[in-house]
Design a protein around this ligand. Structure first.
Ligand SMILES: C[S@@+](CC[C@H](N)C(=O)[O-])C[C@H]1O[C@@H](n2cnc3c(N)ncnc32)[C@H](O)[C@@H]1O
Length: 184
């Protein structure tokens, strides 16, 4: 995982996304097919995927459960399809996508219902990629900031990506969905 101390949020997100896509492509060679992005929000990660994969034969379908996020997304990326749905109820047919990607969002749906849905929409042998920017708690101000945010996460039962308990959900599913975990 890289550190991006002084870079602006947008730029750091782009750099992370570019390296994430490069890393995942190396491992899984997705050069054609359908990619579903879960929790796309306003399309920050989608924009980078579109740029990095522009010469490949891939179609990206974005998704987010919130109507206002989808509206914002459509204004920014009018040529990219977005469907309004949660990861727990994906509005796509069985075995219809080759890759599912969750950038900065899996902590919202790290549950068995979502994993079963992801498994349902993926083609056999399809890939699920999770991307997070992890906080660097060796930086004092970041550690201080986290003291403020930690109770809010707890109150809302949000899984902390950096504490790795999110991996437990993969053990609760009947199928083996997690092949490898890799930090890039
Ligand atoms: C921090 S934003 C990430 C946006 C974008 N993917 C990025 O990389 O910047 C998290 C997104 O997850 C979405 N989300 C929350 N609960 C969700 C769920 N159950 N299923 C799918 N997405 C969800 C939120 O609406 C929000 O847009």
């Amino acid at each position: 995982m890289r550190r991006f101390g002084r870079l602006s949020y947008q730029r750091s997100q782009s750099l992370l996304a570019e390296s994430s896509i490069a890393g995942q492509r190396q491992d899984c060679s997705y050069r054609s097919g359908q990619i579903l992005e879960l929790g796309s929000g306003t399309g920050k990660f989608t924009r980078v995927m579109l740029e990095v994969l522009k010469d490949e034969d891939v179609q990206i379908i974005a998704s987010d459960p919130l109507g206002n996020m989808c509206e914002h997304f459509k204004r920014l990326l009018p040529d990219t399809e977005i469907i309004q749905c949660a990861a727990e109820n994906i509005r796509l047919p069985d075995a219809s996508v080759d890759v599912v990607i969750a950038s900065q969002s899996f902590h919202w749906f790290a549950n068995t219902t979502a994993l079963e849905e992801i498994n349902r929409v993926l083609v056999p042998g399809g890939l699920f990629g999770i991307i997070w920017v992890l906080k660097d708690f060796s930086t004092p101000w970041m550690a201080e900031l986290w003291k403020f945010f930690a109770p809010l996460y707890k109150e809302n039962s949000i899984i902390y990506p950096f504490e790795e308990e999110w991996k437990n959900v993969f053990n609760l599913t009947p199928r083996k969905l997690l092949a490898t975990l890799k930090k890039i």
